[in-house]
Write a protein that binds this ligand. Sequence first.
Ligand code: PEP
Ligand code: MN
Length: 362
Amino acid sequence: MQTATQTMKEVMQSKWNKRPLIISGPCSAETEEQVLETAQRLANTGKVDVLRAGIWKPRTKPGMFEGIGTKGLPWMANAKKLTGLPITVEVATAKHVQDALQFDVDMLWIGARTTVNPFSVQEVADALRGVDIPVLIKNPINADLELWSGGIERLQKVGIKQVGMIHRGFASYGNTEFRNAPMWHLPIEMKRRFPDMPLICDPSHICGNRTMLQSVAQKSIDLDFDGIMLESHIDPDNAWSDSKQQITPERFAEMLDVLVWRHENTDEKEFVSALAKLREQINHLDDELMTILGQRMKIADRIGEYKKNNNITILQTNRWNEILEKAYTKGEKLGLSKEFITKYYDAIHLESINHQNKIMNS
Ligand code: PEP
Ligand code: MN
């Protein structure tokens, strides 16, 4: 809570350093009443550090609610006055930055649809030259870590000292259980590239529904993320955007209570804790590998179908040699032995043939 002597800047600073950093609020600011009530109910839980709301909403299709615009900023400022919570909004243009700063927004974030565009990120960065507030940058919609890293570098180059990352999952074509596939190995790689930079998980946009929020949040904690940004709404079903994934402030507080927070051991247990974390990463990567292998076999099934209809043999030696040669070259660069690659691909090939066999003889 803000004390009389503490400036808002100091409050934001202490939140920035707090672990875990918890950010919540509606997908979109809709009305002043909705913003104020959400803020009050979040503050009442005593578990939220920063209030979020989308003011300008980048929507994939026209005709959807595109945000209330600048007139929502005084609502956020009032919510801060009411609760003492620092506030954060998404910015995508220089004008957004100017407007947000005019209303003393304490922290900004760059959304996934903006991170994909270096022109936009640079425009936002240029507008932030000489400004000293924390800026979070979401991963781009597509699984391109260079774009994400590039965005971070653009912010750092204009002098932003407090840059953080938000993992919100990656778009993929077709049906998956997630709205945006988490692809945990990607944020893990970003942690390797930027070891001292806060990494926040956004389970809302990864899941796109309420049922998986808890497990995704837990996974991120297990992977030593530094905080959570989660969308909350006083009337989730009737939210003007992302209604399927939002939950009430009280439900969020319950969720936070159930989460198992891993804490770092400092003394002789340091080794055990480090080991546990690495194993956790291995578990998630293995999980990822299984999912990808499953997908690969599904494609094999479809190829089998096609070959059956056209009376073509399953085994085509040229094609297989081509795959193997590519794998050896890539494997060598990644430090994988030829022996391992051979065994691994033989196993995959065999499984793939079995799948196709089943299809062709069904
Ligand atoms: C949001 O946080 O409401 C949002 C638009 O998210 P993203 O940029 O991850 O799609
Ligand atoms: Mn949203």
